[in-house]
Design a protein around this ligand. Structure first.
Ligand code: VGL
Ligand code: ZN
Length: 195
């Protein structure tokens, strides 16, 4: 049972159609039936406690080295302005969203992106939004455990937030079987509470 308060925010990662809808191009099985209802419960609990709720959205241009067609590993997904990039229809949206990758930046974290030209890591507004809201602790949920949830939670911890990942409100892509468990142990090693 996670307790939310004004200093403990909920961060909902990438609960978008391409990951959470069975018709999505990178559908994570159970994204709609398991993750969306579990995330919605957390959104309600957080809102009831007066905690901030923040969202991220993967927000890619049509062409990016993130996609297999341009040298990356992923099918085309979450292209800015398309249905696949919209929040899942059943998701409770009750807070601001940070859209990452709009200029072709690569990376998975809600806190940082890699500039495609300079290769430099650049911050998104998420850390300052959380700090401005007075948050020192974050609870991270959403999709997918082995990519964007993991990197967002690792960056949250690296930014000094006391960080928790709720396994019942996330699922892994599992390109390789066991990737989800590997992500959970990496997170624990980094001091993130995972349960
Ligand atoms: C994600 C793969 C590619 C994620 C984003 O949201 O976890 N995974 N882009
Ligand atoms: Zn992506």
């Amino acid at each position: 049972m996670t307790e939310y308060d004004r200093e403990t925010a909920l961060v909902v990662v990438d609960v978008q159609n391409d990951f959470a809808d069975p018709g999505g191009s990178l559908y994570v099985k159970g994204g709609d039936t398991r993750v969306v209802p579990a995330v919605n419960r957390e959104v309600r609990k957080a809102a009831a406690a007066g905690a901030g709720v923040f969202y991220t959205q993967d927000w890619h241009p049509e062409r990016t080295p993130h996609f297999a067609v341009d040298g990356g590993i992923w099918p085309v997904h979450c292209v800015a302005g398309t249905r696949g990039a919209e929040f899942h229809t059943d998701l409770l949206v009750d807070g601001p969203s940070v859209r990452k990758g709009a200029n072709g930046e690569d990376g998975y974290s809600g806190f940082t992106m890699r500039d495609p030209v300079s290769g430099k890591t650049i911050p998104t507004p998420l850390a300052s939004m959380l700090r401005e809201a007075g948050c020192s602790r974050v609870v991270v949920v959403g999709l997918a455990l082995d990519y964007c949830v993991k990197d967002t939670a690792l960056d949250a911890a690296a930014n000094g937030f006391e960080t928790t990942v709720l396994l019942n409100a996330t699922l892994a892509v599992d390109l390789e079987p066991g990737d989800g468990e590997k992500a959970a142990s990496e997170l624990r090693q980094a001091g993130v509470a995972v349960w």
